[in-house]
Structures are given as C-alpha cells and as structure tokens.
Design a protein around this ligand. Structure first.
Ligand SMILES: [Zn+2]
Ligand SMILES: [Zn+2]
Length: 324
C-alpha cells in the first residue's frame, strides 16, 4: 500500500492498467475474472502517492467492486487449530482427534495448499512458531509460507518486489536476525540443500519483511451473511475474530483515506471483497482505510506514521488541521 496524500494531477494521462492481469499466488488467477464482467477499476499513478486505484465508470454505493485472493496468507498462531490452514475459514470438528489432524476445511483447500504444505511438513516448525509466539510476531509466518512456496516451485523470490517497501530502522533489522536464523536453520535441519534455499539470504528476508510490514492485511472475519454485509454501511467485525494475516496484490494498490469510499472485508474466508461505501464517480480514486477510522485525528496520525510511514493529508485529516 502506498500512502495517498494528494489528488492525482491528471487522470487522463494514466496508462492502461498493467497490474490487473497479475496472477495471485495461490489461485493462479485474478479474482476479478470470477465476476461476470471486468472490475470497474484501473490502477493509475497519483501525483505524489505512487500508485492508486481509480474507478473507470460510475460505481454505486454498496456495489461489490471486486474480490481478491491472497498471494500468501497464514493463520495467527492462536487460530492454528480453529481456522483452515489455507483459507482461514472457521473449522468445525466432530471430535478432538479430528481437530488435531485436519488443518483444512475441505478437500479443495487441502489440494490447493500442496504448494506450500508438502514442503512445510518436512520440517519441524516448533522452535520457529514458539519464537514467533513469545515475541508476538506474525509477519515471519508469512515469510515461512512464501519460502515453502518458493522451494516447491509455486512462487519466486521476486513475488513481492512489485509492492512498496517500508523503511526499516537499523533496530528493526537487528531484531530480524534471530527470526531469520531460525527460519533458515529450520530448513537446514530438515535436510533442504543449500541450492534449494539459496534465495533465503538475510537481505532477501529483510526486503520481504519490509514489504509485508506495510502491505499485510489483518484478517478479521465479518459477522452475518454476505447479503447483510453488502446492505449495511460498514460490516460488523468481531474484534476477537482476527484469524490471520495475508498479502494481496490489487488491494495493496489502494491508497489510504480516513473517510474511505471503499471497504475491504472478509465474510467467511481469506478471500477479500471490496465494496463501495458510497456512490463513486468515474475517474475518482478508490481508497480504503488502513486503520480503525473511528479513532480521533491524533491517534490516526500516530498509527499511520508509525505503522505506514506517512502523515495523512486526506480531506478529513486536512479539515481537522485547518481547524487548529
Ligand atoms: Zn479452507
Ligand atoms: Zn486522513
């Protein structure tokens, strides 16, 4: 995600969207293709915020703009036995034995997960998971899954290169040393060859983490049916329902606004839906809110600055600034 600060200067000069055809990692398809017609959007360039997503026709309030499957996702460690290891759907088990054996919600998810799970299950992840758990780390889990996909040939080390990286402080980089070493030694101890994990250098790890840091979505499954949620102004999200984290391609191109016109939501799985919160005119930029929009101005600015590295100058934030 790239911070939005100013309107783009001339929407007519933007190029035909080169990004919509990018395949998503898990599904090898761009999710919008599942809809009857192409999504009414294109990726363009803003004057000062890098890429942005724009409406290429009028979009009505409540309209489902497009869906998106993740490139990489991972359940939170607290959800390992209650969420599908592939799609994060809530798991229903008949008994305890089933719960400890079956991390997938369906045959389809089990099949699709082979791109990382066949590799992953060859290694013992207990020390790596334990470190993440005690340190409260969630992003290394996404790197672990990406690394497994790369080893199995389902992804490449360059997968995240198109995403904007965060600026990391030397302290942050120092803290990554241990998790990187643990990731690498987990593969080494499992007998993976130097050739298989040649991509897994410290620099690669840092570069990937820098991108995950500002492009990761925290997955909170919304309550209620899909129809209920599309009808409501904003989905009701259970704060306790954070089941994991995921990286998407297209949703990462949406800029931030504290008064967004698009809402990203998850109904029952990691597959995201982007819905118009109000009528949007052709050419208008589509923006989502990266944070809890109900926070006050100072809290929003503090989190955006710390978490995403920018000072928000959206219309809502600017109005507040002018009042001072
Ligand atoms: Zn599933
Ligand atoms: Zn703002």
């Amino acid at each position: 995600m790239v911070p939005l600060v100013r309107r783009m200067s001339n929407i007519h000069t933007r190029r035909k969207n080169p990004f919509l055809s990018i395949c998503n990692g898990y599904a090898n398809e761009s999710s919008p293709s599942r809809l009857a017609s192409p999504p009414p959007i294109q990726v363009g360039f803003t004057e000062s915020a890098g890429r942005g997503v724009f409406a290429n026709r009028r979009i009505g309030a409540g309209e489902l703009i497009h869906t998106a499957k993740p490139i990489v996702s991972h359940p939170s460690l607290s959800s390992l036995h209650s969420a599908c290891y592939f799609c994060l759907k809530k798991l229903q088990f008949k008994n305890q034995t089933e719960a400890s054996n079956v991390p997938f919600c369906s045959y389809e998810c089990r099949e699709q997960s082979k791109i990382f799970y066949e590799t992953e299950k060859q290694a013992d992840w207990s020390a790596f998971h334990e470190y993440c758990r005690t340190q409260g780390l969630k992003y290394p889990l996404l790197v672990k899954r990406l690394a497994c996909m790369i080893i199995s040939g389902a992804s490449t080390p360059e997968t995240f290169d198109i995403l904007q990286p965060a600026t990391l402080s030397s302290r942050m980089i120092l803290l990554m040393e241990k998790e990187y070493q643990l990731l690498r030694s987990t593969f080494e101890d499992a007998g993976f060859t130097d050739e298989q994990i040649a991509f897994l250098t410290k620099q690669w790890y840092i570069d990937v983490l820098a991108r995950i840091r500002i492009n990761s979505f925290r997955i909170e499954l919304a309550l209620g049916s899909y129809e209920d949620i599309l009808l409501s102004a904003a989905a009701s999200v259970d704060a306790e329902a954070a089941v994991g984290n995921a990286i998407y391609m297209l949703p990462s191109f949406y800029n931030h606004d504290c008064d967004p016109n698009v809402h990203i939501l998850w109904i029952e799985s990691v597959n995201a839906k982007l819905k118009a919160l109000r009528d949007i005119e052709a050419g208008e930029e589509l923006r989502i809110c990266y944070i809890d929009a109900s926070m006050d101005h100072d809290a929003r600015q503090a989190i955006l600055s710390e978490g995403f590295g920018f000072h928000c100058k959206c219309a809502r934030s600017s109005r507040r600034t002018m009042l001072i």
